[in-house]
Design a protein around this ligand. Structure first.
Ligand SMILES: *[C@@H]1O[C@H](CO)[C@@H](O)[C@H](O)[C@H]1NC(C)=O
Ligand SMILES: *[C@@H]1O[C@H](CO)[C@@H](O)[C@H](O)[C@H]1NC(C)=O
Length: 177
């Protein structure tokens, strides 16, 4: 939370008060994370506003609800927040998938061995509970066909019970109210 560099150390020694930056996340940096749904192949998706608008206009999704908020422009806090990368796997109806992850190695593996297309950082969030006051766990599940991102653990677990072949893949990150 406090940033300190050697330039700052010199400035501190000579008496300039520039050394400490408290990297709080102000509400102005938070944007809604929307849950979308595509009826014909039962695809649940998450997106910030411009991606949500695009998915509605071009890919047949409808908006469900706002599940929390995330940081779109991390600015000074980029090193402390988790960058969430998105990759897309084209596929036949019902089998395409979006992979959201903070792991470089998982992106590389997905792109190089499975055929996902890297689509860049989509948002930032906290890696641990209460990082920058982010309290809502965003869970990642594998449904047996594609990934599900939800703040409702019960929803993901119900899909696992039904599919029998899915997996709980842990908390992607923590988001804000
Ligand atoms: C966390 O919330 C408290 C109380 O609202 C606030 O004072 C503090 O600056 C917040 N911390 C961060 C890192 O946003
Ligand atoms: C969570 O998911 C379960 C199972 O789909 C559902 O019954 C419940 O209403 C959901 N809870 C919320 C808060 O959306």
């Amino acid at each position: 939370m406090f940033k300190f560099s050697s330039i700052c150390l010199i400035a501190f020694i000579i008496g300039l008060n520039c050394c400490f930056t408290y990297a709080a996340i102000s509400s102005q940096n938070l944007v809604p994370l929307t849950r979308l749904h595509r009826i014909y192949d039962n695809y649940n998706f998450i997106a910030t506003e411009s991606d949500a608008s695009y998915a509605v206009a071009n890919n047949g999704f409808i908006r469900q609800n706002v599940i929390g908020s995330v940081v779109l422009n991390a600015g000074d806090s980029v090193n402390e927040l988790k960058s969430i990368y998105r990759s897309y796997l084209p596929g036949p109806t019902g089998k395409d998938d979006h992979l959201f992850t903070y792991s470089d190695s998982e992106v590389n593996l997905a792109v190089n061995t499975v055929g996902y297309r890297y689509e860049g950082v989509r948002f930032y969030c906290g890696l641990k509970a209460n990082d920058f006051n982010a309290t809502i766990p965003l869970y990642r599940f594998w449904t047996g066909v594609r990934h599900l991102y939800t703040t409702n653990y019960t929803e993901g677990n119900a899909i696992l019970v039904t599919s029998g072949v899915g997996a709980y893949e842990n908390v992607l990150c923590y988001i804000w109210q």
